[in-house]
Design a protein around this ligand. Structure first.
Ligand SMILES: NC(=O)c1ccc[n+]([C@@H]2O[C@H](COP(=O)([O-])OP(=O)(O)OC[C@H]3O[C@@H](n4cnc5c(N)ncnc54)[C@H](O)[C@@H]3O)[C@@H](O)[C@H]2O)c1
Length: 250
């Protein structure tokens, strides 16, 4: 499949996990890429792996929690390719904490990286996406669809990403810009592997977070990003698609 020939895609969180697999998947389908992250070493590795597909790739340091950094990255993309077709907001962090232990700084950091970033980049990209009748895929989570213990700040950001996506889908439907959210359950990436469990937790409450099936591979989530971003999903906008092994179905 070469669904992204002559398309330009902007991918955040591209140094690792789902963002990295998404960049490689889009490259394998012919996309020209602007890949972004704060992890420059990881970004260089993704850059090299995307280039193997003989597509155009540009890599840019971008702290998604910083508006000016986001603006510089979108400008760099337009300077490089003169257009933008697909925005994939994938960068994110997670933290497990008792609600009463979350500091104000931790709350603000979570909101900045997981939520304000999506506002910044959607707003900065929108004029360019209107020109190309492009689309946005925002990475939410099953934690954006249901409440989960010990992740209240994370859940808050991911639920907001779902409704921000739906709001934009409605507002820009007349201009043919599609906006969708993906809601993965557990995915085998450094983010899930490095999560630290707080002390004194009720493990029964946590059991609801784990799907009936095995965790997903990041490439399985990337495949869904590529589908939603492609013309095959022409009639899908405002969706929040769970990929969670049934975790949120019951
Ligand atoms: N892994 C899971 O189980 C899972 C489940 C549901 C949703 N998600 C979501 O998927 C997205 C990707 O997560 P992942 O599992 O691939 O994690 P990951 O840790 O493998 O990758 C996240 C990437 O985001 C980057 N990043 C962090 N802060 C940043 C910042 N300020 N600016 C730019 N980049 C930054 C990191 O450097 C890293 O490369 C996140 O939004 C996460 O919430 C993950």
């Amino acid at each position: 499949m070469q669904r992204f020939n002559n398309r330009v895609a902007f991918v955040t969180g591209a140094a690792s996990g789902i963002g990295r697999e998404t960049a490689i998947r889009l490259a394998s389908e012919g996309a020209s890429l602007m890949i972004c992250d704060i992890d420059e070493q990881g970004l260089q590795k993704t850059f090299a792996d995307c280039l193997k597909h003989k597509v155009k790739v540009a890599a840019q340091y971008c702290d998604v929690a910083d508006y000016d950094s986001c603006a510089a990255a979108i400008n760099a993309c337009i300077e490089q390719y003169s257009k933008l077709d697909v925005l994939c907001n994938i960068a994110g962090i997670a933290q497990l904490k008792h609600f009463t232990d979350i500091s104000v700084d931790e709350w603000q950091r979570m909101l900045g990286i997981n939520l304000s970033s999506v506002f910044y980049l959607c707003q900065l990209a929108m004029p360019h996406l209107i020109k190309t009748q492009g689309n946005i895929v925002n990475m939410s989570s099953s934690a954006g669809l249901v409440g989960q213990a010990y992740t209240s700040a994370y859940c808050t950001t991911k639920a907001a990403v779902v409704n921000l996506s739906k709001s934009l889908a409605v507002e820009y439907s007349g201009q043919s810009v599609r906006v969708n959210a993906l809601c993965p359950g557990s995915v085998k990436t450094p983010l899930s592997a490095n999560v630290n469990f707080p002390e004194n937790i009720d493990r029964m409450l946590l059991s609801k977070m784990f799907p009936m099936l095995d965790a997903a591979q990041p490439s399985e989530i990337a495949a869904a990003v590529a589908y939603l971003a492609s013309d095959e999903a022409r009639f899908i906008t405002g969706a929040a698609l769970p990929i969670d092994g049934g975790q949120t179905a019951g």
